[in-house]
Design a protein around this ligand. Structure first.
Ligand code: KG4
Ligand code: ZN
Length: 352
């Protein structure tokens, strides 16, 4: 069974074909990231316009790479939430139209749930992908860490899961993006902070870890602590404007702050994941979302939790169509009813 996945929830226009929920046949992504970089964050209007320009070429390229036409496709899966309204609309309207004219079942996918399903891809017909040796087993603990979400979710089985806890303010990826701005590092912040952190001393500064109820997180205080630390390092008070910090901080201060922040932010997630591992004894742990490409997260998890964790290729951690197609395959396989292509609407605030 081959499913075409379409993802346009933020600034990536992505399409992919996945076979039987495990085999990656194509994975095409066009990012409008460069257009947003001058603004230091995603501009929703620019993202939506870019989706319109590239969505059909991206879908055609994904079909071509997979060696398919619509005749070979068994269904279309599309992200309908959560995300930016204008961005989601382009993907959903395109998928609805393609489902109607090609007479294919349409599966509506929750973006965050989709991220988790990147972990079920174990084979690739594309070069340059490092695939896990086996698919995860249930019960499965999912550590979801992206620009919009920080959640621990326990999956008893496909489509049967429980939210254990989540962030009460900023998502971890958002904290990486904000710290990057404080340090004057380019957008997107996560990879830039990770790169700077490699050159720094992660024990140079003591930063606070929020004390939250059992499996919940908070990253807003950590971000503010980084701001206060940067101001104190240059001998200024809390009213010193953050935009002027980068020019006053030395390279060593920047890399040491990046490394200390990264260590504590990731420790916050890993501490709770270890607690959940001890309480629920899952047979597998998976990581999902953009921050799952963090080498520091992988290092700390491997060092802290006594279970073999298979990591998805970093290209499948940030937004992509393959994860959407994979979840679509499982919906089809488990005979979950497709949605009506004439009436599917977007849900920008959709949660797990
Ligand atoms: O999942 P994703 O592509 O988009 C959302 O659904 O939010 O995640 C993007 C987030 C951004 O906040 C980005 O800064 C962060 O993932 N990110 C990272 C790394 N790579 C991407 N954060 C930390 N370390 C990384 N290596
Ligand atoms: Zn995402």
């Amino acid at each position: 069974m081959k499913i075409l996945g379409i993802e346009t929830s933020c600034d990536e226009t992505a399409a992919a074909v996945v076979e039987d929920g495990s085999r990656l046949l194509s994975n095409n992504v066009a990012s409008s990231m460069d257009l947003h970089a001058p603004y230091g964050g995603v501009v929703p209007e620019i993202a939506a316009r870019s989706h319109i320009e590239v969505i059909l070429p991206v879908i055609n390229a994904a079909l071509k790479t997979a060696g398919c036409t619509f005749r070979d496709i068994d269904g279309i899966a599309v992200t309908y939430g959560a995300g930016l309204s204008g961005s989601l609309l382009i993907g959903v309207l395109t998928a609805r139209t393609l489902a109607i004219i090609n007479n294919k079942p349409l599966y509506a996918i929750n973006h965050v749930e989709g991220h988790v399903y990147a972990n079920f891809l174990t084979e690739s017909s594309l070069p340059g992908y490092q695939m896990p040796r086996s698919a995860p087993n249930f019960p499965m603990l999912a550590i979801i860490v992206s620009g919009g979400h920080s959640q621990l979710v326990l999956f008893e089985n496909h489509f049967n899961y429980k939210l254990l806890g989540q962030t009460q303010d900023d998502a971890i990826g958002e904290a990486f993006d904000k710290v990057a701005k404080i340090l004057g590092l380019p957008y997107p912040g996560g990879p830039a902070v990770a790169k700077a952190a490699k050159l720094g001393d992660s024990t140079a500064y003591i930063l606070p870890k929020a004390k939250m109820s059992k499996y919940d997180f908070s990253f807003s205080g950590l971000k503010t602590a980084v701001l206060r630390l940067a101001q104190a390092e240059i001998g200024e008070s809390y009213d010193f404007p953050s935009q002027k910090l980068p020019e006053r901080l030395s390279d060593a201060q920047k890399t040491n702050i990046a490394a200390s922040f990264e260590r504590v932010a990731i420790e916050t997630i890993v501490d709770k994941a270890r607690l959940a591992f001890e309480e629920f004894a899952p047979r597998s742990i998976v990581i999902a979302g953009g921050v799952a490409s963090s080498q520091e997260l992988r290092r700390q998890l491997s060092a802290t939790i006594p279970i073999r964790i298979e990591y998805p290729d970093p290209k499948l951690c940030t937004d992509n169509g393959a994860m959407i197609a994979t979840l679509g395959c499982f919906k089809a396989q488990f005979k979950l009813p497709p949605v009506d292509p004439y009436s599917l609407v977007i849900d920008p605030g959709l949660s797990m």
